[in-house]
Design a protein around this ligand. Structure first.
Ligand SMILES: Nc1ncnc2c1ncn2[C@@H]1O[C@H](COP(=O)(O)OP(=O)(O)O)[C@@H](O)[C@H]1O
Ligand SMILES: [Mg+2]
Length: 236
């Protein structure tokens, strides 16, 4: 299948198993929100998919290509992009230099094309005004936009976003979520977005997946009914 296909993922830190057989499939154009308590394993799941943690079991495919034994670098070349929960930009470099490094990650020696930059600046106009500013001096929300813009510049088919709304002003969150919807609809991008807030997740996602102690305990459409479901709240 195209998009993301992850099956039976088992991974953790040393002897501590965190993911206990997680399945996650996301089609092109689809946005899946991963919900769950602090410590449920959401960030660990994204790290495992990006290849930052060795798998004890399971398989991962990007765009129909099995990347289970590939490093993160190769996964990026196969269309995977990742905006982590923390440390998502190169703080001492300018916005422009951060863009250059994003391209370098996919092995492109040329800077981003004008078309691609126009697209990024349409979504995040503030970045065009801050090209020469050091990334570390941007606000939290602007750094998050830069991180997502860098992910976009690698021209991914699958994007992993770990709590993009963390520390970001509500108006900026709305822009970010609208940007994700546009990327999914226009680009056929498959998106996995980790969210703490059920309401927020329901607004942006097509489907939700709830993790508890490293297992998927609920999966289903992201509709308004979900917000009212008592049993879902107890899972979180
Ligand atoms: N680098 C690490 N080393 C050891 N344990 C970790 C590490 N990162 C996370 N953990 C543990 O793994 C579990 C899942 O963490 P995490 O995936 O960050 O959860 P979430 O993102 O859902 O809040 C937690 O028990 C956490 O303490
Ligand atoms: Mg986390």
């Amino acid at each position: 299948m195209t998009g993301l296909g992850a099956r039976g993922l088992v991974a953790g830190y040393g002897a501590a198993t965190v993911l206990r057989g997680v399945d996650l499939a996301v089609s092109p154009g689809e946005i899946v929100a991963v919900l769950g308590h602090n410590g449920a394993g959401k960030s660990t799941l994204l790290k495992a998919i990006f290849g930052l943690l060795p798998l004890d079991d399971g398989r991962i495919a990007i765009g129909g290509v099995d990347v289970t034994s590939a490093g993160s670098h190769d996964r990026v070349r196969h269309g995977l992009a990742y905006s982590p929960q923390q440390q998502f930009v190169f703080a001492t470099l300018s916005v422009r230099e951060n863009f250059g490094l994003a391209r370098f990650a996919v092995g492109a020696s040329a800077p981003p094309t004008a078309d691609r930059l126009v697209e990024v600046f349409e979504l995040f106009p503030i970045l065009a005004e801050r090209l020469n500013q050091r990334a570390g001096t941007l606000s939290g929300g602007q750094q998050r936009m830069l991180s997502i813009a860098m992910a976009m510049l690698t021209e991914p088919t699958v994007m992993l976003l770990d709590e993009p709304s963390l520390g970001v002003a509500p108006t900026v969150i709305r822009d970010l979520m609208a940007a994700l919807r546009t990327l999914a609809a226009d680009r056929g991008l498959a998106v996995v977005v980790v969210e703490q807030n059920v309401r927020q997740a329901v607004e942006v996602a097509d489907r939700v997946c709830v993790l508890k102690r490293g297992e998927v305990v609920h999966e289903g459409p992201a509709d308004e009914a979900l917000v009212a479901r008592d049993d879902l709240w107890t899972l979180l």
